[in-house]
Write a protein that binds this ligand. Structure first.
Ligand code: UTP
Length: 292
């Protein structure tokens, strides 16, 4: 089966970025000049996804507007002959891509957010993409790498990367059956373990391909870490019934849910942005001289 649908859970509160996220969605925060959610969508489009399902909340309307047309803006750009910018805003979503929006009434966790989208998926595999994990896959987007593995295995798959042992409390952490390959079967998965009991140093990052069996698991998953319904806990149930794979993807991931990760991504993307790269490099050199 092919993966054509992706869920983008965007209903979280983004408390680590308050006050910026009081009235504005975290997922609309820009890295240079493009919002995080657009990078996430581009990752999915590169993987052949054609149906985008956003799980939103009342404070996230800007996301719907971003992927819709804006007649006033477009007419203004056209009248002023700003054809490059017009092309830029009209090209945010290519033709043939559809968007659906569904509300999560209150933030009850990532697992709950995914469950909210159940009615928009029939019995087919789907991707889950978290916009606050910005991944520069280089030649191939992270989700594209995962789809390639899925097409061979037809098994659920999570993206993982090596994390610092002290950081296990921030991640879902997997135990894998073989450490000799960058693709391996998962033997166990646990949400936010203490470093002393973590099964490995491989943390789950925000890209998943899941079979529809995950919905039964989610429906029977009680609140876990942080009092939320955790996708990790449902995956732990799923791997007792089905194979679930872990992929150590190629590329660099930025944790844009944290201030430091967001700043790191801003620097990395500014340094390769065609408009500002040169001047920004000079600016960084100036700053570097001031830092001891
Ligand atoms: P996070 O836990 O990283 O985001 O969830 P958050 O809760 O918005 O941020 P903090 O921790 O308070 O700063 C990862 C993704 O899952 C979505 C978030 O919007 C984010 O994109 N999410 C999380 C939901 O859609 N619903 C939830 O109940 C929780």
């Amino acid at each position: 089966m092919k993966v054509t649908k992706a869920i983008f859970p965007v209903a979280g509160l983004g408390t680590r970025f308050l006050p910026a996220t009081k009235a504005n969605p975290k997922e609309m925060m820009p890295i240079v000049d493009k919002p995080l959610i657009q990078y996430a969508v581009e990752d999915a489009l590169a993987a052949g996804i054609t149906e985008l399902i956003f799980v939103t909340s009342s404070s996230k309307r800007a996301i719907e507007d971003h992927f819709d047309s804006n007649f006033e803006l477009e007419a203004n750009l056209f009248d002023r002959g700003k054809h490059d910018l017009l092309e830029l805003v009209q090209g945010i979503l290519p033709a043939g891509i559809s968007c659906a929006y569904i509300r999560q009434k209150s933030p009850q966790g990532l697992g709950h957010a995914v469950l909210c989208a159940k009615q928009l998926l029939s019995s087919e595999p789907f991707a889950v993409v978290l916009a606050d994990d910005l991944i520069d896959g280089g030649q191939q987007s992270c989700l594209q790498q995962m789809v390639t593995v899925f097409e061979q295995t037809q098994a659920s798959i999570v993206a993982v990367e090596k994390i610092a042992p002290a950081d296990t409390k921030k991640y879902g952490v997997v135990e894998i059956e073989s450490t000799s390959s960058h693709i391996a079967k998962i033997a166990g998965i646990v949400e936010k373990p203490e470093p002393a009991v973590a099964p490995s140093n491989l943390g789950v990052v925000g890209r998943y391909i899941l079979t529809p069996a995950i919905f039964d698991m989610l429906e029977n998953t009680a609140k876990g870490s942080g009092g939320e319904i955790q996708l990790t806990d449902a995956i732990a149930k799923l791997l007792k019934k089905e194979t679930v794979m872990a992929l150590q993807f190629k590329g660099k991931r930025y944790d844009c849910g944290s201030k430091l990760g967001y700043l790191e991504a801003t620097i990395a993307y500014a340094l390769k942005h065609p408009e500002v790269a040169g001047d920004f490099q000079a600016l960084l050199r100036e700053f570097a001289q001031c830092v001891n």
